[in-house]
Design a protein around this ligand. Structure first.
Ligand SMILES: [Zn+2]
Length: 505
């Protein structure tokens, strides 16, 4: 009779945007020494057999002599990546009776194995940790590098391991592994540039504060050197902290884009993405590789800020592609290997020069003269389409600064922003920018403000544009501590909603 041994451990892989728990079953039987793998695995998993085998040998353990069969299920999920190395090695050792797996805790184990038995980091660790928690597991064993990141997932015991030897100890229950060393001390790390660095530019500072308070999109036009980039980079610093669940969402997306280094600075603070105008569509919108999503800038800016400097220089189709995530908060990817929606709820800030040379309408003090023909200005302006501009709540023109007065620091501005956000949240459960049209229409303005709205709607504005004005007016009222917008708020909202290129042909 042939002797048979079977073991089962749980691993996880990334499928598209999310993690999926995978059962690894290992059967060791007498026969020719072979290693078979079943269950829709790609070449990276195929190589896991070799890595696991070398790691086991170099850890001083023994690879079984008989026929090893590794089954991965559910069979329909495409498995790729190196994260199953560790559960495969553990499964083989358990099936061969070399280790006793402690069944007191339900756990998932993931990690790449070096040939020397070291456990290496994997992309998307926090994403698989979320999947493990959602599937009802108590614990996840991860490469030591990912302990801090994965410990943000609630109700999950996260244990780090540096080597196969440590992993064997942890699953057998005789090693505690590496725990998160400093859980309380990670939040509220503000490393963003400070508004105190921005000299004068009062209009720009005011617009930035309004944008932050209402989560409004903002377009800034002005000559080089007026401070457009300086301001945009300081928006994240006056935004409220992300909630714990938003933070996990953001970290999951950044982890998919590659590793923990990028994630560390993002924790609990809104991300800031400033793609260059030469970025590829894949870099902007995202791509799919080997069955997992590689998020683009629009998704890396999820819950944060997407800044497009020199916006007219971006390819027209890239700018137009922003309209869909601006409406829905997600970008749809249809690629070979995966198709679906990737979160992309960003606050859009765009900056542009007033003309190709940059010095149209520049004051004499700049001593620069613009020779751009009107037709060139017109075609430059038209690179940002009407439908995209219609979706931008705040549009301002910035003039060069004359004085040298330092302004308030981000901390002071952020305090007002947080208060205004809380008023909006209390009123309609969302930011002003995101409030639905019916809720917005049902909420009364002061009568003098309503009169301005009615006149605007009759003369120039369409419905969409009018609603944007009213939303901005609400933010102004929230910042000013008023119960509802009055005429002065409406007038300021109108000033902040200028056509960017009114005289361009
Ligand atoms: Zn010019």
């Amino acid at each position: 009779m042939c002797e048979m041994a079977l073991a089962q451990v749980t691993g996880a892989v990334i499928a598209g945007m999310t993690g999926t728990v995978v059962t690894v079953e290992v059967d060791v039987a007498q026969g020719l020494p072979t290693v078979g793998l079943v269950g829709l695995a790609d070449t990276s998993i195929g190589e896991a057999r070799q890595r696991a085998r070398c790691a086991v040998g170099n850890t001083g353990l023994r690879w079984p002599l008989g026929r090893v069969t590794i089954g991965l299920s559910p069979a329909h999920v495409r498995k790729h990546g190196t994260g199953l190395d560790l559960p495969i090695a553990i499964g083989v050792l358990a099936a061969d009776d070399q280790i006793d797996v402690d069944r007191g805790t339900s756990f998932v184990i993931v990690g790449e194995l070096g040939l020397d038995g070291q456990v290496r980091s994997i992309p998307g660790a926090i994403t698989v940790a979320c999947a493990a928690q959602q599937a009802g597991f108590d614990r996840i064993v991860v490469p030591a590098d990912h302990v801090g990141e994965c410990s943000r997932v609630p109700n999950l015991d996260v244990v780090g391991v540096r080597s196969l030897e440590e992993a064997v100890g942890v699953v057998a229950g005789d090693h505690t592994g590496i725990r998160d060393s400093n859980p309380g001390n990670r939040r509220r790390v503000r490393t963003e540039p400070d508004l105190a660095d921005v000299v004068d530019q009062l209009e720009g500072r005011r617009a930035l504060e309004i944008a932050a308070a209402g989560r409004h999109s903002l377009a800034m036009i002005g000559s080089p050197g007026v401070g457009k980039t300086l301001l945009a980079e300081r928006l994240p610093g006056i935004l409220p902290d992300l909630s714990a669940s938003e933070s996990v969402d953001v970290m999951s997306i950044h982890a998919l884009a590659g590793g923990t280094d990028e994630v560390t600075g993002q924790d609990a603070r809104p991300p800031f993405q400033a793609p260059h105008h030469s970025s590829s569509p894949a870099a902007l919108l995202g791509s799919v590789s080997g069955g997992s999503v590689r998020p683009g800038a629009v998704s890396l800016a999820h819950r944060g800020v997407l800044f497009l400097d020199e916006a007219p220089e971006f390819p027209r189709n890239a700018l137009e592609a922003l309209r869909q995530p601006m409406e829905s908060g997600a970008v749809s990817l249809h690629r070979a290997g995966w198709s679906g929606d990737v979160p992309a709820d960003f606050q859009l800030i765009i900056a542009a020069n007033p003309c190709p040379c940059g010095y149209r309408h520049a004051p004499r003090s700049l001593a620069r003269h613009c020779d751009c023909p009107p037709t060139a200005v017109g075609s430059y302006a038209r690179r940002i389409s009407g439908p995209l501009l219609d979706r931008i709540d705040l549009r301002i023109r910035l003039q060069p600064v004359i004085g040298a007065k330092r302004g308030e620091a981000s901390r002071e501005v952020a305090a007002r922003v947080i208060e205004a956000r809380e008023r909006a949240l209390h009123r309609w459960g969302s930011t002003n920018a995101m409030v639905g049209p019916s809720t917005l229409l049902e909420t009364a303005l002061e009568s003098d403000a309503q009169a301005i709205v009615d006149r605007y709607l009759e003369t120039s504005g369409g419905m969409r544009s009018t609603q944007r004005l009213v939303k901005v007016a609400w933010t102004l009222a929230d910042l000013g501590g008023s119960v509802r917008p009055g005429a002065s708020h409406m007038r300021e909202a109108l000033e902040l909603h200028q056509p960017l290129w009114d005289d361009a042909s």
